[in-house]
Write a protein that binds this ligand. Sequence first.
Ligand code: NAD
Length: 271
Amino acid sequence: MANSNSRLTGKVAIITGGARGIGEATVRLFVENGAMVVIADISDEEGKKLAEEMGAHTCVFHHCDVAVESEIEALVTFTVSKWGKLDIMYNNAGITCTGQGEDVLNMDMDKFDLIMSINVRGMALGVKHAANAMVNAGTKGVIICTGSIASVMAGMAAVAYTVSKHAVLGLVRAAASDLGKYGIRVNCVSPGPVTTPLLLNDFRHFSGNKNSSMEDARAWCDSSSNLQGHSLTPLDIAMSALYLASDDSNFVSGLNLVVDGGFTITSHSFE
Ligand code: NAD
């Protein structure tokens, strides 16, 4: 096993949705572990600020809307021309689109399409173009996608989100199956509720209080959705992504690593 802070020494990584939340925590952890990281996001201000904080020798921001194929292609080209290769592609960007009808009788199909375009098409494009770059260069790389506990259960989120996150798991399995012969591993990390801006937005919607704070959302997570005496943090997910990105998971591919403190395997009421 590598030293605790050098698991990714010399590796080049792209992290989509890296400007905040789970992506931000992963950027910080990957840089701390020796990787050169490209933050790919549509939130230019947050992404540039984080890259500046990490330092230009090890981190850079690149604007990219993951739903647009030409932008994903440009992202991969930019990364390879900047740092010579691509070892790790972390497809993490995703949205919930809270506010759409919560059940199947009330689906708003425009919002359904929007969620699919980012959560499914965006991840598929990331897999496709990263895999092509790796195969062409002969790189035995790693691809990770962020799923959700909504990848393995219903009733936790709007229908479209559940559908999209089930699809992410299908994408990971299909890609792991196709890319194994090139020595490329593909895995999914599936978080339970994590206190990020995305979760706060959802919490404000279903609590009916637009002024809820991140502390309110964290308190809700603490009281209703964890089994470990504390709520899940972005760093917990980043640590799992680090495991999947590093040689510590050398023979792991096609896995859905559910990081939820045991939530999905326990009977519970989610209120
Ligand atoms: P977040 O909203 O805090 O961060 C998401 C990031 O993705 C933002 O920086 C945003 O600008 C970026 N993004 C959104 N659309 C984009 C696009 N089209 N192209 C590029 N970047 C885009 O959310 P988060 O909670 O950190 O979520 C990250 C991932 O984790 C998502 O895939 C989400 O579905 C998943 N997830 C989150 C939770 C949770 O409770 N927070 C639980 C399970 C899964």
